[in-house]
Design a protein around this ligand. Structure first.
Ligand SMILES: Nc1ncnc2c1ncn2[C@@H]1O[C@H](COP(=O)(O)OP(=O)(O)OP(=O)(O)O)[C@@H](O)[C@H]1O
Length: 229
């Protein structure tokens, strides 16, 4: 039977007192790749923020990677985020340290102590994104696409149950976007569950997966048209 990794029922998504999305019913099962699309301001980031505990879920019910979003306490948020891999549009790497040190920082913050295990985990995630030879580089010495690969590697460090990617190709040119998307596809093909917010309809055509749309304050599943040859 399908195992739900994320489930929202009759949820309402707020930014402070403003209702952004209502009647949100969404289930993502282990192993799925799901796009979240919609115009600027339609609520994609607000939904993502609710999922990683940056905004409270005030109405409806929700659970994600085993955490109940209705009863989520401030002190549980770091533990929730360890089971999520979060990727942002603007990479959010620490610019004052190397790729290796960026990844080590996350492992140490999440309790890793053994230096050999740290080094081999970093090597493992960097090789998944094709960046294993650039671990000594500083973020500003990398292209945007390379920085995003490192950010994806960082998201994989704690073997997350779900990857939340909020416009991961939003700062990249079309060809680099396809490269980064190929990395996400490989990660998905290896068994990971991914929810990705995007504006990039060309990418969706090239990499078709289940698509959910934010529009008019609600969420809808988009039925994909099969193109006949
Ligand atoms: N910090 C905030 N405080 C109050 N309102 C906000 C805040 N951030 C966003 N909003 C509002 O919430 C609504 C949804 O914004 P959100 O950022 O979720 O949209 P989005 O679909 O992710 O847009 P984009 O594609 O531009 O990132 C918008 O009306 C926006 O103005």
């Amino acid at each position: 039977m399908a195992e739900a990794i994320l489930s929202l029922q009759s949820a309402e998504i707020f930014q402070r007192e403003n209702l952004v999305l209502s009647n949100v019913n969404l289930q993502i099962n282990r192993g799925e790749f799901v796009y979240l699309i919609g115009k600027t301001g339609s609520g994609k980031s607000s939904l993502m923020k609710t999922l990683y505990g940056d905004l409270p879920l005030e109405k409806g019910t929700g659970s994600i990677v085993g955490f109940n979003l209705n009863t989520l306490k401030e002190k549980e948020i770091p533990f929730l985020r360890r089971k999520l891999g979060i990727v942002f549009q603007d990479f959010k790497l620490l610019n004052d340290r190397s790729v290796f040190e960026n990844l080590k920082f996350v492992l140490k913050a999440t309790g890793w102590k053994d230096q050999n295990k740290i080094a081999s985990k970093i090597k493992e995630v960097l090789s998944k994104v094709g960046m294993e030879t650039k671990d000594f580089k500083m973020p500003f010495q990398l292209s945007g696409g390379e920085q995003q690969r490192v950010a994806i590697a960082r998201a994989l460090l704690n073997d997350p149950d779900l990857i939340l990617a909020d416009e991961p190709t939003g700062n990249l040119d079309p060809s680099t976007s396809v490269d980064v998307m190929n990395v996400l596809k490989e990660i998905h093909d290896s068994g990971k569950t991914i929810l990705m917010a995007t504006h990039d309809y060309a990418l969706i055509l090239k990499f078709p997966y289940k698509t959910i749309k934010c529009e008019g304050g609600e969420l809808f599943e988009v039925v994909q048209q099969k193109t006949s040859v």
